[in-house]
Ligand binder design. Structure first.
Ligand SMILES: Nc1ncnc2c1ncn2[C@@H]1O[C@H](COP(=O)(O)OP(=O)(O)OP(=O)(O)O)[C@@H](O)[C@H]1O
Length: 885
């Protein structure tokens, strides 16, 4: 056995081998050590291998899924090795024969199909990244639903792609695999390296044609060599992991470049699209807008939200559907009621396709298609439906035949596993009904036999029982042993076993009856399994249409959910156009609004106009305002409104007119990234650089306090230059929040810059936040007041106020008195020792005099720049004199 184990294990060196032995999966040697630790189960020993103890641990077969899940989450891959024959069959080949075993499946993070291993409301993507010469492609599939896509993906786009899809596992080969490993792992995916042959584009064509039963792939669209390589690798890997049992995939869909809004990982994080900054789904946009009632609808919502579209036609179609369902509340409620009863058809279908499904999956398809029928009847009866809903209705129509078949063949609530039997409805198969009658009447005969024997033996406590070892047997309490074991009863009752309290017997009649019951039971089960196979074949034959219906149901669920949201939250239909407009009237932040409402507070709606066309375009808004005033909220709400509009949803605003946005960027100054070991400021700069290098004219950029992670003047200068570059270089629509009030002066020189501020009112020394965004600039930050609101001890607040007053006064006086200021403020007595005094000079030089004459408050930025040139020239002249020319 160990030789067999080692032979199989040698073929799966990088996976844990689950080696089936009876009711357990056993692990040996290093696998056992690793698994025992990961699963926190006992490690034992068994025999020796090369003189060493063989480490071993095991998990019960019936509970294996839970253990598998833990191992996969911890980053392991598991090869499941089953017994391919019974021990009895093995014995026929010789008394020492080892039961035949082989790996039936390799379980990896990207190839899960069981409901218990998957999250119903999220996709589970397996991806592949291929390079052919200078061309890169990214392909992805969800084996549990059949989704299959490919897109061109130049190297710099890999990060955004990983951020968008969050694949669980990514396949790559050769030097490319090494090059991207860190990036892939940082994105939370497992990188699996395959041999270059898996990515061969010519072999890929063959694999895809076999999978789809086609002669050429032209029917699915035009694919580049890199596309083929990436798709081929996916199929090859599925073949390897599923051991030849390929899942059912939809024909590949090629996503052309530029169809989806480009959103990088940092932006997704900042905007809290699918996760909040604290990491969970709570507090994310996804959570706030998700009103879907089916798993497939929730998955569709997630994928729409993570990849908004730039296609005006497509978006109009989605908005038409939502608008129709907003307008007809009765229809919407009726649809949602029916949808609530729709099970996860996509996943059931995929499991059945992998021959891993059971009767309950068939019942899920039956119930789903039944509801589909009800929904399509409801929709088809209506006139004036928008195109999207008409198409959905037609995909939901015409499944009567398969529903009828499943209805007549399956019981109401079938068991999970086919091998348990009991799922075929009575009346479906005459043969089956007969076998079941035989089996059941046998059971009734057993009951009659018990009464007979009790009478015959004169033991009223005599019972006929059943267990797996003895089968049917007769049992009497031990007190009757003597009587039962002696003549005349011993002639009928054949002794089988004596236990502490009982004696067990059989009789010739009982074992005859048992044989008949077992045969009839076995025959019934065999017939049920045959029925199961025919049902599987019927579903398989209709799989494409069933999958279409499943997609239509998800689409309908999403449209109805978005309509429900729009109606309940009073959202409006955005006007999308091919321009660079961006006019939001009365916009709100969906997540903040909901959370304020829970606290009994209301949200103040704000306008925003970043239109870059028109007579007086002001595409960049510079937003100043006190801490806590609502700057970040305002910035994000506008990005979220654009994003919601372009995923096909209504938006939280009174009105919105948006010229299609093709990139969204969002950065927050000095966000920590300790996990990646970069200083906060470095991260901020890297991210800002990415925006300045990439944002085009249709981009929407949101920068929140860029530059705050460093010394004031460095920060101010960087913020300043960034703003200028956005204005003159990127020429995009942008919102820029800052505490550097100095920047507001730039509005004088940059035409497209508009100053806005979030209003506050001062009242008895406290600051009252109005959360209203108005034109103009803030005069101060109210940081001290906010500190007080936050509960800083009163002594610290008073002290801070005194220091602030003194600093401001110092500023007004030209800033020469910092030293005196520190002396006047004795808490600073622990100030660092004074720097070595500059060599005393008798009279101020021309440079120093010029400097003293400057009144910074009176300088415009332009004059300041001129002055710097002047000073620099004077310094050069001065040095020239000092060194003697
Ligand atoms: N429009 C609004 N209506 C009502 N409350 C709001 C509004 N905007 C923001 N708030 C409230 O104010 C709080 C602070 O908002 P936000 O974080 O946007 O302020 P900020 O100006 O960016 O602050 P800081 O400069 O300190 O980062 C929010 O958590 C929210 O509760």
């Amino acid at each position: 056995m160990m030789a067999q184990y080692l032979e199989i294990k040698s073929r799966y060196p990088d996976a844990l081998l689950f080696y089936r032995m009876g009711d357990f999966y056993e692990l040996f040697l290093d696998d056992a050590v690793a698994a025992a630790e990961a699963l926190d189960i006992a490690l034992t020993k068994r025999g020796k291998h090369r003189g060493e103890d063989i480490a071993m641990c095991g998990v019960p077969h019936h509970a294996a899924e839970g253990y598998l899940l833990t191992l996969i989450r911890k980053g392991f891959r598991v090869a499941v090795c089953e017994q391919l024959e019974s021990p009895a069959e093995a014995k026929k080949r010789g008394s020492k024969s080892v039961v035949k075993r082989d790996v039936v499946r390799l379980v990896t993070p990207g190839t899960l199909s069981e409901d218990s291993l998957l999250n119903a409301r999220s996709h589970n993507y397996l991806a592949a990244y291929a390079k052919v010469r200078d061309d890169h492609a990214f392909a992805w599939t969800d084996m549990s639903t059949g989704a299959f896509h490919v897109a061109p993906c130049p190297r710099p786009m890999l990060g955004p792609m990983l951020a968008r899809l969050s694949p669980r596992e990514l396949l790559a080969t050769g030097p490319l695999a090494e090059e991207i490993r860190e990036q892939v792992e940082e994105a939370g995916a497992t990188l699996t390296e395959l041999a270059p042959a898996s990515f061969d584009s010519q072999a890929a064509e063959g694999r895809l044609n076999t999978l789809f039963g086609t002669g050429a792939l032209d029917a699915f669209g035009q694919f580049s060599r890199a596309d083929l390589g990436a798709m081929g690798a996916l199929v090859d890997y599925l073949d390897i992991t599923q051991r030849g049992q390929l899942p059912r995939l939809h024909p590949p869909q090629r996503e052309s470049a530029g169809k989806a809004v480009q959103i990088d990982a940092a932006t997704r994080r900042n905007l809290e699209l699918t996760r909040s900054l604290s990491g969970g789904r709570d507090g994310s946009l996804l959570q706030a807008v998700d009103r879907t009632v089916t798993g497939a609808g929730a998955r569709l919502l997630e994928s729409r939200l993570t990849s908004p579209s730039t296609d005006l036609g497509l978006l109009a179609r989605r908005h038409d559907m939502v608008a129709h369902l907003v307008g007809d509340a009765g229809l919407r409620d009726a649809l949602r009621d029916a949808l609530r009863r729709v099970p996860d058809i996509e996943r059931a279908l995929s499991r059945l396709g992998l021959r891993r499904g059971g009767p309950r999956d068939l019942a899920a398809i039956r119930e789903g298609l039944k509801q589909a029928g009800i929904l399509s009847d409801r929709l088809s009866a209506l006139a004036d439906l928008p195109d999207g809903l008409t198409d959905i209705a037609s995909a939901l129509t015409g499944h009567g035949q398969i529903t009828g078949l499943l209805d007549s063949a399956l019981v109401e609530e079938p068991p999970l596993l086919a091998r348990d039997g009991g799922f075929v409805a009575a009346g479906y198969s005459a043969d089956l009904d007969e076998a079941r009658d035989l089996r059941d009447s046998g059971r009734a005969r057993v009951a009659a036999m018990q009464a007979d024997y009790a009478d015959k033996a004169g033991v009223s406590a005599l019972k006929v029982k059943h267990n797996n070892v003895l089968g049917y047997f007769i049992e009497t309490p031990a007190t009757h042993a003597k009587k039962m074991l002696s003549e005349p009863l011993s002639a009928t009752f054949i002794h089988r076993q004596t236990t502490a309290n009982a004696v067990r017997f059989t009789t010739v009649d009982l074992s005859d009856l048992e044989t008949r019951i077992v045969n009839a039971g076995g025959q019934a089960l065999g017939l049920e399994l045959q029925v199961f196979d025919t049902l599987l074949d019927a579903v398989e034959a209709d799989a494409d249409r069933i999958a279409d219906a499943a997609r239509a149901l998800a689409e309908l669920d999403l449209a109805a959910a978005l309509a429900d949201l729009a109606a309940a939250e009073d959202w409006t239909r955005p006007v999308l156009e091919d321009s660079r407009a961006f006019e939001i009237e009365g916009g709100r932040h969906p997540v903040v609004e909901q959370s304020l409402r829970r606290q009994g507070a209301s949200f103040v709606a704000n306008d925003c106009d970043l239109s870059a066309d028109g007579s007086e375009p002001r595409p960049i808004w510079l937003l100043t305002g006190p801490n806590m005033a609502g700057k970040s909220t305002f910035l994000r709400q506008n990005a979220l409104i654009a994003l919601l509009a372009q995923m096909g949803s209504f938006v939280p605003a009174r009105a919105a007119r948006i010229g299609i946005v093709d990139q969204i960027f969002s950065r927050v100054g000095a966000a920590d990234d300790l996990a990646r070991g970069r200083s906060t400021f470095m991260v901020e700069m890297v991210e800002t650089a990415a925006i300045l290098n990439q944002a085009g004219p249709k981009a929407l950029v949101i920068l929140d306090e860029i530059g705050r992670g460093t010394a004031t003047y460095d920060g101010l200068s960087i913020a300043w230059a960034t703003l200028e570059h956005l204005h003159d270089g990127n020429r995009c629509r942008a919102l820029f929040a800052t505490h550097y009030h100095e920047l507001t002066a730039l509005a004088e020189t940059l035409d497209g810059l508009h100053n806005a501020t979030v209003a506050v009112r001062e009242w008895e020394g406290d600051v009252v936040f109005l959360h209203e965004v108005r034109a103009g600039a803030a005069d101060r930050s109210y940081g001290v007041q906010v500190g007080r609101l936050a509960g800083l001890p009163p002594a610290v607040v008073d002290r801070a106020r005194a220091i602030l007053d003194a600093l401001e006064e110092n500023d007004r006086d030209g800033g020469g008195k910092v030293r005196t200021l520190v002396d006047d403020l004795p808490l600073f007595s622990a100030a660092p020792p004074a720097a070595p005094a500059a060599p005393a000079s008798s009279a101020p030089g021309p440079l120093e005099s010029r400097l003293r004459d400057i009144q910074p408050d009176l300088l415009s930025p332009r004059e300041a720049l001129d002055l710097i040139y002047e000073l620099r020239a004077a310094l050069d002249a001065d040095e020239g004199r000092g060194t003697g020319g």
